[in-house]
Design a protein around this ligand. Structure first.
Ligand SMILES: Nc1nc2c(c(=O)[nH]1)N[C@H]1C(S)=C(S)[C@@H](COP(=O)(O)OP(=O)(O)OC[C@H]3O[C@@H](n4cnc5c(N)ncnc54)[C@H](O)[C@@H]3O)O[C@H]1N2
Ligand code: MOO
Length: 427
């Protein structure tokens, strides 16, 4: 009797659905921004070095440009002596060449004369008139940075799809870019559904609760460089939900939290199917938390029904939304490399039993010694998220993890999303 979940869709099948059904429509949504404004945005072009960085070989110390051979064997007991033949100014090309048996004074960062292969640190020398006493030897290449050591001309520095943080912004500046092309921030409409919900700031009475999800999800989207657009709370009423979704269709993606399960007032499925084609693509995902998840398409606009429980909504948003946005931008959707690159290996302090057949995302708290304590909190508690530092991803074939296991913890916020193929988690 009644409504029930369609067959639960595996994460591998979800990836196929996203790849095959979601249209590429944000590939050309690009803007050119001043460098500083690109922080936390996604690069929409490949950046290759047009010249070597540094563009010339330079000194890494304040001291003397020399030929290493002239210093061999030098020690405080048996110093070498070199004639000081001149001085190089920072920011200027060396005017004179270096001859054997001589040294040229050079500040940190100044261009080396072509004949120099190393630099002596000033504290390893003593100046006497036009000579220096050399108390230490240097080998070829010591205390210098060679032309192109940082990045070679023609080398790919950053690929399309890279999220720009301070390190990348600094590297772009190093290559002389004052502006770059980044993807525009897609607008994500957020609707919270439920008769019990009251907006924070208003007076709460009786059996109502404050709307967490609009803000929890909106803030998560901001962390990803997306543009949340809060569409408010709708009551458990089909006509109201339909009107609110229709009024949100100008967004790039629509998210509804709550009402995605099979309760008598969970109308989301029916409403999505009534608005436009093809409607609901899947109802029920083989993940935990987040079984009651909906993915649909309304004339090309993706719509996602997230479970109402806040922690579940947050996890499922991280599974589904970055993958969909990447697909719409024509970027790879599964962050496999980032999973292994950014996860923290830790020792599990307590065993975890998991539900076979569902990919499980288990919150853990990390201590300072890479030990992970599972948080058995319920997914409708927001403090489950506040008190944990990251998630362990348990593949659907697993029945759990033993105490003492080495686990990979994906730290918060999950920068590239949480969609992982089964075989990748095992790997
Ligand atoms: N017969 C079944 N019942 C349920 C199942 C199931 O498999 N079979 N799954 C459970 C799971 S797991 C979840 S999660 C919930 C999801 O249900 P809905 O998506 O329909 O969510 P609601 O019932 O509307 O809400 C669940 C819970 O979360 C609170 N909530 C909702 N929205 C917000 C919000 N914006 N801010 C704060 N809290 C919110 C709501 O008050 C409920 O307490 O279904 C289970 N049932
Ligand atoms: O799967 Mo529900 O989404 O656990 O809380």
């Amino acid at each position: 009797m009644g409504k029930e979940f369609l067959k639960l869709t595996s994460v591998n099948d979800l990836i196929d659905i996203i790849e095959n059904k979601i249209e590429l429509n944000l590939e050309d949504s690009v803007e050119r921004l001043p460098l500083l404004d690109t922080t936390n945005r996604v690069l929409a072009e490949k950046i290759k070095a047009e010249e070597d960085l540094p563009p010339y070989s330079r000194s890494a110390v304040d001291g003397y440009a020399v030929m290493a051979e002239d210093t061999f064997g030098a020690s405080p007991e048996n110093p070498a002596y070199l004639k000081v033949a001149g001085e190089i100014e920072i920011g200027e090309q060396p005017e004179q060449s270096l001859n054997p048996g001589t040294a040229i004074y050079i500040p940190t960062g100044a261009e080396l004369p072509a004949e120099a292969d190393s630099c002596l640190m000033i504290e390893d020398t003593e100046k006497f008139g036009s000579q220096i006493e050399v108390m230490n030897s240097v080998s070829a290449g010591e205390n210098i940075i060679k032309k192109g050591d940082d990045i070679k001309e023609g080398q790919l520095l950053l690929d399309r799809g890279t999220c720009l943080s301070s390190a990348e912004v600094g590297a772009l500046a190093g290559l002389g870019h004052s502006q770059v092309n980044v993807f525009t921030m897609p607008e994500i409409a957020i609707i919270s559904s439920g008769d019990e919900l009251v907006p924070p700031g208003e007076k709460r009475e009786g059996s109502s609760i404050y709307d967490i999800n609009s803000y929890l999800l909106g803030s998560l989207f901001k962390e990803w460089g997306l543009k949340p657009s809060l569409k408010g709370i709708v009551n458990d009423n089909k006509a109201e939900l339909k009107a609110r979704i229709e009024a949100s269709l100008d967004a790039d993606l629509i998210v509804i939290s709550g009402g995605s399960s099979v309760g008598v007032k969970d109308y989301t499925i029916e409403v999505i199917n009534r608005i436009a084609e093809p409607g609901v693509l899947l109802h029920g995902l083989a993940v935990k938390p987040g079984k009651p998840t909906i993915l649909g398409l309304l004339n090309g606009t993706p719509i996602i029904g997230l479970p109402g429980n806040p922690s579940s909504a947050w996890v499922v948003a991280a599974i589904v939304i970055p993958a969909i946005i990447n697909r719409m931008r024509g970027l790879p959707i599964e962050p496999r490399a980032e999973f292994f690159k950014n996860s923290i290996t830790a020792e599990l302090l307590e065993p975890i039993s998991s539900t076979p057949g569902r990919q499980e995302y288990f919150p853990v708290k990390l201590d300072g010694n890479r030990k992970a304590s599972p948080l058995y909190g319920k997914s409708n508690l927001i403090t489950t998220l506040v008190d944990s530092d990251g998630l362990i991803v348990i593949p659907p074939g697993s029945e759990g993890l033993a105490r003492g296991s080495q686990v990979q913890v994906v730290p918060y916020p999950p920068a590239k999303g949480l969609i992982f193929k089964e075989q990748d988690i095992d790997g």
